[in-house]
Design a protein around this ligand. Structure first.
Ligand code: ARG
Length: 277
């Protein structure tokens, strides 16, 4: 298990290194003012997908044969879409709060990053159909599990959430006078929780479960906020109905034939194994 912790630190380090590396790269998804995004994907032979790879089992880093790799069920879904379009897939890692603006700026062709199609985001971008739904909860230190039964038990405490996420909004509506610590990277939130800098992190339940597998000193807390009218969808720059239609076709095909469930299971296993070897 000690190994797991060390690996996590290595992974977090790699994320930072990658982020620096990416900042220096040029954009391969060019600005799509004249042609639509679909045409430019076909022209370049490449689908550029933006995501924040700090979110197992959706998207996360693993070391495979000594190589850093981004995997997860969002990545498998991205690959299905690239295959459907008959182009290569390029993953571009970004901070979660930079993803939406990357779309109209033409830095990425689509965002697949466990993102909820909120009304606010819909003003800036279009969304595909929902491909996955989940509930939200909290991640706590294992010894504190019984301390918090409701979100209101966190009133006035130090609570972490990802910057720009719906969990950050949830934290500010469900918890009174919370001392909110909003960070760009979920892995850093986990470190803050372990070191006692925050008392809880508002997180999607499935993502919190993965964090616990890799950090046995943590636990998924009791409070659960059920998402009734939301879920996760793919974001695409406005005015690309042709591309949205193709993406929706892929989502419905792989949902109906069970492929999506297989990807979710695979990603769950992979993210638990990532620290066990
Ligand atoms: N579902 C939340 C939202 O849409 C959080 C998603 C965070 N995704 C990530 N890859 N870190 O705001």
């Amino acid at each position: 298990m000690k190994k797991g912790i060390i690996k996590n630190v290595i992974v977090t380090g790699l994320i930072s290194i990658m982020a620096v590396g990416l900042a220096g790269c040029g954009n391969s998804a060019t600005k799509k003012e004249d042609t639509g995004v679909l045409d430019s994907i076909k022209e370049s032979g490449k689908l550029v997908v933006g995501l924040s790879a700090d979110y197992a089992p959706y998207e996360f880093h693993i070391i495979e044969n000594g190589q850093d790799k981004i995997v997860g069920f969002d990545v498998s879904l991205a690959k299905e879409i690239a295959d459907e379009l008959d182009v290569e897939l390029e993953i571009k890692e970004m901070d979660f709060d930079a993803l939406i603006t990357a779309l109209p700026a033409g830095k990425v062709d689509m965002v697949i990053s466990g993102m909820n199609p909120t009304e606010k985001r819909k003003k800036a971008v279009d969304f595909s159909d929902i491909y996955y739904t989940a509930n939200h909860g909290i991640l706590v230190r294992a010894e504190d599990t019984d301390k918090y039964t409701n979100f209101s038990d966190l009133d006035g405490l130090k609570v972490g959430a990802q910057l720009g996420s719906t969990q950050a909004e949830l934290a500010s509506t469900l918890i009174k006078d919370a001392n909110l610590q909003l960070l760009s990277n979920v892995n850093n939130l986990i470190l803050e929780l372990k070191s006692g800098k925050v008392d809880a992190v508002v997180m999607e339940v499935g993502v919190a479960q993965m964090a616990v597998k890799n950090n046995p000193e943590l636990a998924v807390g009791k409070p659960v906020y059920e998402e009734t009218d939301s879920g996760n969808a793919i974001a695409i720059a406005k005015g690309n109905e042709d591309l949205v239609k193709i993406v929706n076709g892929v989502i419905s095909r792989i949902t109906e034939d069970g492929t999506m469930n297989k990807y979710i299971e695979e990603a769950t296993i992979l993210s638990s194994e990532a620290v066990e070897e």
